[in-house]
Design a protein. Structure first.
Ligand SMILES: CC(C)(COP(=O)(O)OP(=O)(O)OC[C@H]1O[C@@H](n2cnc3c(N)ncnc32)[C@H](O)[C@@H]1OP(=O)(O)O)[C@@H](O)C(=O)NCCC(=O)NCCS
Length: 165
């Protein structure tokens, strides 16, 4: 568990499935995420909660006052780098949650887990995420393929960014 000023980042629990369906079932959130199916069912949520237990993923539910507001994680890629991913439920956007959770997770990853390099990528028209990535201090490293096959038609290459310890 990781605490920031307003948020608790904790492991996903079975009881999160309904909230995941409500928040990730929103295509305006899911369309930007390479690996989120649409429509999003309880089975998809259960499968994700199970998958999130894998140590290689370091996935966290982002909660505030006990309520799920989004998700964040650092997935280990085959090349050894960690890929940052995040989403926030639409009704919770623009409260600074993605920024607060990302800053805290990056701090813990570099300082406590001794992660050497974190990579993040976003679709070229994902203005909110690209602005957040810049605000977090990531450096552009060019257009690269997404590291696992996306579920939806996706550009062959998308903007990638990195931050090192
Ligand atoms: C991208 C996303 C996670 C941002 O979450 P959020 O909690 O609303 O973002 P925050 O409130 O923490 O905003 C932090 C910064 O991000 C940028 N940002 C966030 N939303 C923005 C928007 N709609 N337009 C422009 N910049 C935006 C700004 O730089 C903002 O800082 P500021 O408030 O000082 O301007 C959210 O829009 C989302 O879940 N989108 C769908 C899923 C997604 O795109 N995930 C990332 C895939 S790469």
């Amino acid at each position: 568990m990781i605490r920031s000023a307003r948020l608790l980042l904790r492991a996903y629990e079975s009881a999160d499935a309904q909230s995941l369906v409500a928040l990730l079932g929103d295509f305006e959130v899911a369309r930007w995420l390479a690996r989120v199916p649409h429509p999003y069912t309880i089975d998809d949520a259960d499968a994700w909660i199970e998958l999130s237990k894998s140590e290689a993923r370091r996935s966290f539910a982002i909660t505030r006052d006990g309520a799920l507001v989004g998700g964040i994680g650092l997935g280990r890629r085959p090349d050894g780098a960690y890929e940052l991913g995040y989403w926030i439920g639409r009704r919770f956007h623009r409260n600074g949650y993605a920024e607060e959770a990302s800053r805290k997770l990056l701090q813990v990853a570099f300082a406590d887990w001794r992660v050497a390099r974190v990579v993040v990528s976003a679709l070229p028209d994902n203005a909110p995420s690209l602005a957040l990535i810049a605000k977090l201090g990531f450096r552009p490293i060019g257009l690269q393929p997404f590291y696992v096959p996306p579920l939806r038609p996706w550009p062959a290459v998308i903007p990638h960014f990195e931050q090192t310890r």
